[in-house]
Write a protein of this length. Structure first.
Length: 446
């Protein structure tokens, strides 16, 4: 039967963030995550990371009696049982996970995937194989490309919130990532600093913040500065279909693909408007909004609404994400992964899952560059030349640093509980009093 799980612990943790902007508002000074740590009777430790917040922490804690004592080799049965304890997605409006209404995010997160990850880490250590070798048809690539994820950044001095400043003056990236960046020029500078540190070849700009024309001017400035780079902008469905078509046709030379350029409007679903967008522009579409489960995916593919499905393992599970990658590859479509703020355990997980995704994949999203320096591992995976190398090291290929984990857990206990669940309206209201989320209005257009 192999080793059995001896202990399971759940650590809510916090880290610092920049004042980055999205359709949902402004990132808070802190972000939170939940970390699962398992030990087995073979003496190994397995880890998994998932979104923060008390709702998810409580779900994870309720899993403990169903995990402790179970054989790690039978982990699929264990995870399947947890999945059924969760029941149905509570927010299923049919439009997908993310109208970027952050209050709903907790219902989207599949907390059992943190346990799946930790169990696979243990199994990999037992079998002396990387997690990627245990997924799908095994390792498909050793070097996984990540994209440079750029954000507009607001001036923290407009608030009295405890945003971190001056935490890293080792290079331009360390300095710039905490400073305001609201113009095409400033975003190009941000991209250059990120490229210098991480070697990114390709970039994504988070949109849904300024007037769409201004955001496309930023995309053009990025294209002019990095003519060989693939550039993608993601307004999270905020633009009208007509705006998205007009702007993408105007700036077509600058974009390689668009991520959720438009969404539901006037009685048409996001799957319908994106299908029309594709017909009108012939520009590929990526999504983490309209194909977020298999039933939505079936409709999205029938309508030919998407080309790239960003199947984040936190939402699909590690095996679920690879099941999607295999199907997309067989159908001539493309796999990628969405991300939220995360620590380095998630970074290692993305690298393992992407290493097992067959065929051509799109560079993986990561927010990690905004958190770099706050790792929970003895050694964080390194992004070099825009890639993470997946070695033969077993499991996730990394080891938890318990001192760092306890420090991040202490920070969680120290911060105001109002930060436990993500609320991007709070900081935004310093910029625009009374600001409220509107899925059809860029955050600074009111
Ligand atoms: O972290 O603010 C953010 C992102 O906007 C995130 O919430 C999105 O879910 O990055 C994500 C996306 O690609 O839509
Ligand atoms: Mg997206």
């Amino acid at each position: 039967m192999g080793p059995k799980v001896k202990t399971m612990e759940v650590f809510p943790v916090a880290g610092y963030d920049s004042m980055t902007l999205t359709l949902s508002g402004c990132h808070s000074p802190y972000f939170t995550r939940n970390i699962v740590v398992l030990t087995d009777d073979a003496g190994h430790t397995g880890i998994g990371e998932i979104h923060g917040g008390e709702y998810t922490r409580q779900q994870l804690e309720s899993y403990i009696p169903h995990v402790v004592g179970q054989p790690i080799t039978d982990y699929r049965r264990v995870v399947n049982q947890l999945r059924h304890l969760n029941g149905k997605k509570a927010d299923d409006t049919g439009e997908g996970i993310q109208g970027l209404d952050i209050s709903q995010l907790k219902y989207v997160v599949q907390s059992e995937t943190a346990v799946e990850c930790a169990l696979m880490d243990l199994l990999g250590k037992f079998l002396e194989l990387p997690v990627a070798a245990l997924l799908g048809d095994g390792i498909q690539r050793r070097d996984v490309e990540f994209l440079g994820y750029l954000f507009y950044i607001e001036d923290t001095h407009k608030t009295d919130l405890p945003y971190l400043q001056d935490d890293d003056d080792s290079d331009d990236w360390g300095k710039l990532r905490r400073l305001p960046a609201m113009t095409p020029k400033a975003i190009v500078k941000e991209a250059k600093a990120a490229q210098n540190r991480y070697g990114f070849k390709n970039f994504k700009l988070k949109g849904g913040v300024l007037d769409p024309e201004l955001e496309m001017q930023t995309v053009k400035a990025l294209h002019d500065a990095f003519p060989a780079a693939h550039i993608n902008i993601d307004p999270n469905g905020a633009w009208s279909e007509a705006t998205a078509i007009a702007l993408v046709n105007k700036y077509k030379a600058a974009v390689t693909y668009m991520e959720d350029p438009c969404g539901p409007e006037n009685g048409y679903s996001g799957r319908e408007t994106l299908s029309e967008f594709k017909q009108a522009t012939h520009v590929p579409v990526a999504t983490n909004m309209i194909a977020t489960d298999w039933r939505q995916f079936q409709h999205a593919s029938a309508l030919k609404s998407v080309d790239i499905v960003l199947a984040d393992p936190h939402f699909w599970g590690l095996h679920g994400s690879i099941r999607m990658a295999q199907l997309l590859n067989d159908w001539g479509m493309t796999w990628g992964s969405h991300s939220n703020n995360h620590f380095d355990i998630t970074l290692a997980t993305y690298a393992q899952v992407a290493a097992a995704a067959p065929g051509h994949i799109t560079p993986v999203d990561t927010h990690y560059i905004w958190q770099d320096g706050q790792g929970l591992l003895k050694q964080s995976p390194e992004i070099r030349d825009g890639h993470i190398h997946v070695s033969d090291a077993p499991g996730l290929g990394v080891e938890i640093d318990m001192d760092k984990l306890h420090a991040a857990n202490d920070l969680y206990k120290k911060i105001d509980p109002m930060y436990y669940d993500r609320d991007d309206a709070r900081s935004m209201q310093y910029l625009i009093p009374g600001w409220q989320y509107d899925s059809k209005k860029p955050a600074l257009v009111r």
